[in-house]
Design a protein. Structure first.
Length: 104
């Protein structure tokens, strides 16, 4: 099921106004990645990036092209581990948080 523009706008507004929601979204992307659902993880990361740092700013911080990052996080993208780790490092820094795995 495709998300409607209205839904994406609602999520974007909430990401901007609610730091707890923003952090939970980033955590969910990482949890999906660890669970092996890479397409969902990439989709969440795309939404998160669009609503926060933006692709051009992220690209500048990573010394990569914005188009390259869009491709790697796209539905057919297959980001390398070092690229994904770099993205997550920048996002954590922007949020002033440190994410870590926890056994439960």
């Amino acid at each position: 099921m495709a998300l409607t523009r209205k839904f994406k706008d609602t999520v974007q507004r909430r990401v901007i106004s609610d730091p707890d929601f923003r952090h939970a979204l980033l955590i969910e992307a990482i949890n999906e990645l660890l669970a092996g659902d890479h397409s969902v993880a990439k989709s969440i990361l795309r939404d998160y990036i669009n609503a926060t740092i933006t692709f051009p700013v992220l690209a500048q911080k990573l010394h990569k092209s914005s188009k390259s990052i869009h491709r790697m996080l796209g539905p057919k993208g297959n980001p390398r581990m070092d690229s994904l780790a770099g993205i997550l490092k920048v996002l954590q820094s922007k949020e002033s948080i440190k994410l870590h795995a926890n056994m439960s």
